[in-house]
Design a protein around this ligand. Structure first.
Ligand SMILES: Nc1ncnc2c1ncn2[C@@H]1O[C@H](COP(=O)(O)OP(=O)(O)OP(=O)(O)O)[C@@H](O)[C@H]1O
Length: 238
């Protein structure tokens, strides 16, 4: 029997030959549950390997845009293309499969598992990865925690906001994603640590030709991006 919503299968981005897709949004409209429009994007492009900053006032629609790009939020109309894959045309399970295989998310509402250690959280993708990829995910998670200066053996329940943010960054990158999507990645950090994490994220994107898309109010982070768009009143402006 065929499963009606069988998730599409996507090979992990790097294993598939370091393929990083271009991003293109066209004529996208997002509605709130009550039908009110909350985001319109006429056109937004981020060629593979771009560091794209998203800025704008509070409540303008920046996180909504990032959720759409991550396939976490359905759109009412338009196209959300990562290469040839249109997230807007996919079923939810297919979007989930795409996200797990290709995207690394550093989102504040993407909760860590409190009772697990930083190392277990950072390597959590090993739980659903094919057996052959698990050891590599765990090894990368450990190296990333080291690089980000996050203590690997402590439960995240005992960690500060900044430490948790670093664990989230390690978790996002442990799958070796084609693109890193970050929502206010430096928000809980002091200046020194914010600069360090922003520098690490940019370096890790550049080293592997990954796309980095970051929503931020942090002028230093925004200034270090290749391209910046502004979201104002639910509209994306160049
Ligand atoms: N599920 C929802 N139901 C109703 N309104 C929503 C929903 N999600 C977002 N909104 C509204 O959409 C608008 C954009 O929200 P969003 O979180 O994207 O803004 P933002 O620019 O990221 O803000 P901030 O910088 O404060 O995080 C806001 O007016 C918000 O209240």
């Amino acid at each position: 029997m065929t499963r009606p919503f069988a998730p599409a299968r996507f090979a992990p981005a790097r294993a598939a030959g370091a393929f990083v897709p271009d991003l293109l949004l066209e004529n996208v409209e997002v509605l709130a549950p009550d039908g009110r429009p909350i985001l319109r994007v006429a056109r937004l492009e981020a060629p593979a390997g771009t560091a794209l900053g998203i800025r704008g006032p509070s409540g303008a629609g920046k996180s909504t845009l990032l959720h759409v790009v991550a396939g976490l939020l359905p759109v009412a109309s338009g196209r959300v293309m990562w290469g040839d894959a249109d997230l807007a045309a996919m079923t939810e399970p297919a979007r989930d499969a795409f996200r797990r295989a290709r995207l690394g998310l550093i989102f504040q509402d993407f909760l860590l598992f409190e009772e697990l250690s930083a190392q277990q959280n950072a390597a959590i993708a090993a739980a659903w990865a094919p057996a052959r990829d698990r050891a590599a995910i765990r090894a990368r998670a450990e190296a990333l925690l080291d690089r980000f200066g996050a203590p690997g053996d402590r439960d995240v329940a005992s960690m500060s906001g900044g430490e948790r943010q670093r664990v989230s960054a390690a978790r996002a990158l442990a799958c070796d994603p084609a693109a890193i999507l970050a929502d206010e990645p430096t928000a809980s950090l002091d200046r020194e640590n914010a600069d360090r994490l922003a520098g690490d994220l940019l370096a890790m994107a550049r080293e592997a030709g990954r796309t980095l898309i970051a929503v931020s109010h942090d002028p230093a982070l925004i200034a270090s991006m290749d391209q910046v768009v502004q979201v104002v009143d639910g509209e994306v402006r160049g």
